[in-house]
Design a protein. Structure first.
Length: 149
């Protein structure tokens, strides 16, 4: 796991140096739309859990600074079902998103988001996220998620 974290750190620093995808580009619009679709399904997962699950690759790696690494898509979706659906929603912090193309792979997205706790009626402070979208033919799948709170 330390090796994977070192790779992510290296990639994060590398992407911070290189330019982002232009906001007017089709790639930027596509990825921003995927984020909207992903989190619409997340925010309404009581009714759309299967749709939300469809965005994740079978070989997902989900790094959470609280709970560690998860590599089971089924366990991730079960955790979302039990801990998120009907209890928490997510909102993207406007203009915080960076999209960096990774040739022969897809993109890495870095941004900030907030979570609304519907039970406690509270909103979290903005927190950073890093996600890797892999393009497979014309489809996009989430392969890596780094959630930092």
């Amino acid at each position: 796991m330390k090796k994977q974290l070192a790779i992510f750190t290296f990639l994060f620093i590398s992407f911070s140096i290189f330019s982002q995808v232009e906001k007017s580009s089709e790639l930027y619009k596509t990825i921003l739309n995927l984020d909207k679709e992903l989190f619409y399904a997340y925010n309404t997962c009581t009714d759309n859990l299967d749709k939300h699950a469809s965005f994740y690759a079978d070989e997902i790696e989900f790094f959470h600074d609280g709970s560690g690494l998860s590599t089971s898509k089924e366990e991730i979706i079960e955790a979302i079902k039990n801990n998120i659906c009907g209890k928490v929603t997510r909102e993207l912090v406007v203009d915080s998103i960076e999209i960096h193309e990774i040739p022969n792979y897809g993109v890495v997205v870095i941004g900030y988001h907030k979570f609304n706790n519907l039970i406690e009626k509270s909103t979290s402070e903005p927190s950073k996220f890093i996600v890797f979208w892999k393009q497979i033919d014309t489809n996009w799948k989430l392969t890596k998620v780094v959630s930092l709170h």
